[in-house]
Design a protein around this ligand. Sequence first.
Ligand code: ZN
Ligand code: ZN
Ligand code: ZN
Length: 331
Amino acid sequence: MELRKDPITRSWVITGDDVPDNPPRPEPFCRFCPDSREPPQLIASMSGTPGAPWSARAVVHPNALYHIEGEATRRGDGIYDRMRPIGAHEVLVENPSHDRHLWTASDLEIEQFLLLAAQRIQDLKGDGRFKYVGIYKDHGTSAGQEFEHPASQLTATTFVPRRVLYELRAAREYFQSKERCVFCDILSQEMKQDLRVIELRGDFVAMCPYAPRVPYESWIMPRTHEAAFERFGLNRGGTMRDLGALLRRTLQRIRTITEEFHLVLHTSPNSLHRSGNLGYWKTIDEDYHWHIEIMPVLASKAKSYTFKEVYYSPLSSETAVKRLRDARIEP
Ligand SMILES: [Zn+2]
Ligand SMILES: [Zn+2]
Ligand SMILES: [Zn+2]
């Protein structure tokens, strides 16, 4: 595998021919359960809730796309750029129980998982080679779920992924003209209008964005401005409990519509790289604002949206939010 840069969009892709033709056979046991016969290599573990050996833990991805050793050694190839896939690829096991998901676990368990995520991001940002550390979760066959055990994935990369790069550039431009954070402005208008807000919990808001890419797209954001998720999570004791509860309840709402979804955490890039060729980013702490995006996968639209030139969502956010708000969920 290698990384190649699209000279037009300036975004990196990972490509190569070393994926086996036949998908690996399903394993007869779960390697992420506490009693696994072949446990993956452990990176970090959160102490257990009563009766559990641990509450959440980070392990090396068994088929990692990115590898931690070496230098990325960027090379030219005519007008093109390529580099080795140096980075980190971890599985964040959300819960020791094979069947306790982010929408069924306790708020304490979800809090531990979120704190683990924050710790892993902070730790990897200490490595000057990595420009971005992101966390995502694909749930459901159409969404590309990889493991049965409740898990999210983390990647640390020597580049900033495309969607985040677009957001960073746009947020910086908005800040340059208005001297305000675009996410804070969105939040204040949404709170005032109350047309697309799903729910408030502590400092957090769950809402449907004004211009959704898919039906029932939902975002979760802190109302207090902060660019870096990990700084927020590790410095403000107790906030991750509220975030965990809101995440659980929002996923429960979405699961009344569909079981499959993509979830991604967007946070600021590694500030050790301020002098890089992206020209970033003196104002990043002021102009960017971390958030979680949830993209439900609806059966009729499965897999299609990523290939579209223009996102088409045949349901407005104002209609979506009514259904999500009124969804019957646990307290
Ligand atoms: Zn398991
Ligand atoms: Zn903000
Ligand atoms: Zn985002």
